[in-house]
Design a protein around this ligand. Structure first.
Ligand code: CP
Length: 336
């Protein structure tokens, strides 16, 4: 029997947890089709006359530009909205913003990473929007990053089963970063049979519900999740390492970025010595931007094991796939 392609129209993308493995595989298939078309200079104007809104509460290089350029390459138009210049800054509600913007276009994508606020805000918009809401990173999830990470691992190895992939906390002083990247990785990767090691110093825990769900995903799909406070154990024999900072939001909600406790963790840095513990073919990955002073040294991020630019490039192909699949024709039933 012929397989029916998954349907995404009318749905929101807030977390990949809301999608089956088959649906995620389909997102990656379309990403690869679009990547091939991009390199073949073939037009992919699948969203002619469609418009979307890109709301950003915080800074972005990859996410903003992959969606903005991606929408143009699909034949549509994306409007960048700095929320500090919207009436949100004067207190306009998520409901009113979602109702109005969804009556103007075909998609609302939003980044809002404030701890305890971002995910709630995006879900509130999703309650009232008549068009897809796409999460461009919140305090809990970064589905677009996880999708590009998975695509890159598949591209590099040709499979995912029983790869040792280590998500490793690293020191950074730039800002107190959300936990959304490691949360999305530990939830998604075990669904692909990956053996995930999560390594972090005391105090940088991910929420208990994330660990429980990641273990459930692992049990259902043949992967595993190991948690350690031993950084070297995470590097040892790894196929892929993701040494990256995240904030201690779960145990300490202070917004202070640098304190003595953080500075005591300078050893949590990716260096050639650490990479030497991993398998010779181990790939170094990072969502970027990287703190090249504290998280990683240039020798690694600019070295032969680094695939950070391939990973970043996959952001545009996955962004285009998500827009192509989720954005749909407006129907009279979309009227409120
Ligand atoms: N990785 C990522 O989301 O990058 P930006 O913050 O630049 O969008």
């Amino acid at each position: 029997m012929e397989k029916v392609a998954p349907r995404f129209a009318g749905r929101h993308l807030i977390t990949l947890e809301d999608f089956t493995k088959e649906e995620i595989d389909y997102m990656l298939k379309v990403s690869r089709d679009l990547k091939n078309a991009f390199y073949a200079n073939e037009p992919t104007d699948w969203l002619t006359n469609k418009t979307g809104f890109l709301m950003f509460f915080e800074q972005s290089t990859r996410t903003r530009n992959s969606f903005e350029s991606g929408m143009a390459q699909l034949g549509g138009h994306a409007t960048f909205l700095d929320t500090s210049m919207m009436q949100i800054a004067h207190g306009e509600s998520a409901k009113d913003t979602a109702v109005i913007l969804s009556s103007f276009g075909h998609m609302i994508a939003c980044r809002y990473c404030n701890w305890g606020l971002g995910n709630k805000y995006i879900r509130e918009m999703a309650k009232y929007s008549t068009v897809p809401i796409i999460n461009l990173q919140c305090d809990l999830y970064h589905p677009m990053q996880a999708l590009a990470d998975l695509m890159t691992i598949e591209d590099e190895f040709g499979h995912t089963e029983h790869l040792k992939v280590s998500v490793i906390w690293a020191m950074a002083t730039t800002h107190k970063k959300p936990i959304s990247v490691p949360v999305s990785q530990v939830l998604l990767f075990p669904r692909y049979g990956i053996d995930v090691t999560l390594a972090y110093p005391e105090g940088y825990d991910l929420p208990d519900w994330v660990i429980e769900k990641a273990r459930k995903n692992a049990a259902e799909h043949g992967g595993s999740l190991t948690i350690t406070h031993d950084m070297d154990a995470a590097y040892r024999d790894a196929d892929v390492v993701f040494p990256k900072n995240w904030g201690s939001w779960v145990t300490n909600q202070s917004t202070t970025v640098v304190d003595d406790a953080l500075l005591a963790l300078k050893a949590w840095k990716c260096t050639p010595d650490k990479m030497a513990l991993a398998k010779p073919g181990c790939r170094y990955m990072h969502a970027l931007p990287a703190d090249r002073v504290n998280e990683v040294v240039d020798e690694v991020i600019d070295g032969p094991q680094s695939v950070v630019y391939e990973e970043a490039e996959n952001r545009i192909h996955t962004a285009k796939a998500v827009m192509a699949l989720f954005v749909h024709d407006k129907l009279p039933s979309d009227r409120r």
